[in-house]
Every structure is written in C-alpha cells, then in structure tokens.
Design a protein around this ligand. Sequence first.
Ligand code: SME
Length: 137
Amino acid sequence: STTTTTTDEKLLSICKLLETHVEYYNWVGFYFKNGDKNELKLGPYVGAPTDHTIIPFGKGICGQVAVSNENFVVPDVSAQDNYIACSITVKAEIVIPIFVNGENIGQIDIDSNTPDPFSEADERFLEFVCQKVATIL
Ligand code: SME
C-alpha cells in the first residue's frame, strides 16, 4: 500500500525539524496569503499557540513582509512599533518571504527567546529553505 504526505504535513515536518535542531528557533511557522484577500493566514507551525491566525497586510512584522517582499530581521522585538506580540517570552524574530513564479505568496516566521540571535547565515539558510518550500506548494 502507499501513503500520501500532504503539503501541510510536509510543512509541519519542516517546522519541527527547524525548531528541534536550531536551539534559538523557538516558534516556527508558515503564513500564506489568504486567497485574494489582503491578509495572511496561519499555516502549519510548532510552538505556543497564537491568537494571530489572520494578519492584515502591513500589520506586524509578518504583514510588513507581505508588502515589502524583503527579509525582516528583528534583533529586539521591544524596539519595534509595528509588532504583534504572540508570547511574552519572545525576544527576536525573523521573517523570510516565499516566492512562487516571482510572487510573494507567504513566509516563514521564526521567533526566538534569545536576544539578537539571527545572523546573515540564518537569512541565507532560510532563503534556501523557502526556495525548497516553494517547489512543493
Ligand atoms: N510577531 C508577528 C506575529 C506572528 S507571531 O510571531 C507567531 C508579527 O509581528 O507579525
């Protein structure tokens, strides 16, 4: 017999792998453009449950990346004025957009409980992950 692995199961596996093997990745999840609406919808994630399952474009770090199409590295979330807090333990965040055929269709969002943990190596690594994710969507 055969078993099929759904896209969401694959994305959840990626979240688990990243959260497990990088000690300063403490919440790892995907947000995707919600149909033709100007908002993001939470996809597979690992870490503390969040109330922010829908994020309007422009709001928070994630919503800003939805419109800027650029990586957003936040070394200190307390210094951000357009930030949506999900957990009081979070000190830093990184969001990397996912492009399919040149279109920004979503992102990977990672929160850290460690201050200023993200380097350019994290950006390059997560860009690579996002390129691979794009091929399974
Ligand atoms: N902090 C994000 C919201 C999503 S939570 O990190 C899971 C933001 O400011 O967009």
